[in-house]
Design a binder for this molecule. Sequence first.
Ligand code: ZN
Length: 419
Amino acid sequence: MKIHFLGGIREVGGSCIAAETNYGKVALDYGIKVGDKAFNQFPKDFDAVIISHAHLDHSGSLLDLSHKNPVIVGSRMTRDVSIDLLRDMVKIQRMNGNNFPYNSHDAENVKQSWWIRDSIALPGMLIRLYPAGHVAGAEMTSIYAEDKKVLYTGDFCLHDTEILEGSNLDILPKDLDALIVESTYGGTVRLRRSELVDQLLDQILLTIERKGNILIPSFAFHRSQEMAKRIDQAIEEGSLPKYHVYTISQLAHKITGYFNTNKHFFTERIQKENAPFSYKHVKQLRRTEQIKEPAIVICTSGFGHAGASFHLLNEWAGDEKNSVIINSGYLPPESPLRVAKEKGELVDNGTKIPVKAEVKQIELSGHADQVELIRLVETLRPEQTFLIHGELEQSEALSKELSGLTEVLIPEPSEVVSL
Ligand SMILES: [Zn+2]
């Protein structure tokens, strides 16, 4: 079997790996680099394309396959959310007046080619999917072919979050010939989840005491629902007082609907509730004008460069009573949230506004940290381990820790390896 390292190599973004045998060729993810104007020019001659989860850096180039019709495989959640994100991408490109070669029919074509399966057999190849943690519907992929056993993790975590279980090591295949693993946080050891959640609730409480507004920019898929559920529960249990809490994002609200109707993706506790994401203390708003202040607002975009989060950042950043809570680990270099955090200013139409609100980054990540990555390798005992989906320094830091457990390789972009 040959492995082609096509995208998301020595960086985060535009993930795509190909596994090729004498009988066929399968793609593992088909992403874009978010922010790039053009699609990656990935090959299109695949028998099947497996999508690990519905983040655009793993699924965003699928429109490019809309007339090729290879079989696309992934969970129901991954399909439904990916298609919505692709439609949204088309809408934004059109709104910005870009000459975008795809329309919503292409997104529909992708949906029609999608198989919701836990396993598929292709000539000489057996493929299985396993829950990966990270976000709802995320899956790892194993491939058995030509006497080789390979596992591709996609994005994953082993730790449970408030709504989702981490990946279960017991059910993953062991004694692999090759493990292809993300290394986003390969050099990072993170605080325990419960400590991070405490930090979040402390910051919210502190701001409530001074009657301030709290802006929490979040991605429409998963992070937004996870945050709303966490705050809803904290108010219900009495660890936060009653306060105006809102979510603003049409896309997030649509995805919240999928969460309510697909409870089986979540923890047992969530499954026992009737409509777990129909919150008691969190209201869905359509527009920022409907906000009754002071309030906690969870809204898109996650990086603060558009939508309600852009608007509220500009409106609230000048007041020291307010807080901005960033829960994403990665922030693009010029994104307003990063500039607000690092330089303490906002730039609106060329005018610089000083940021007086407290800007806190509390990283509630859905990725494995170094400790989890080592545990994965110790348990799966791969002959060879390929580190992808990480900045080089993160991969190199992890590589050092893994030597002695497995043969570690950090492939170069476009490298092809024979197993
Ligand atoms: Zn992801």
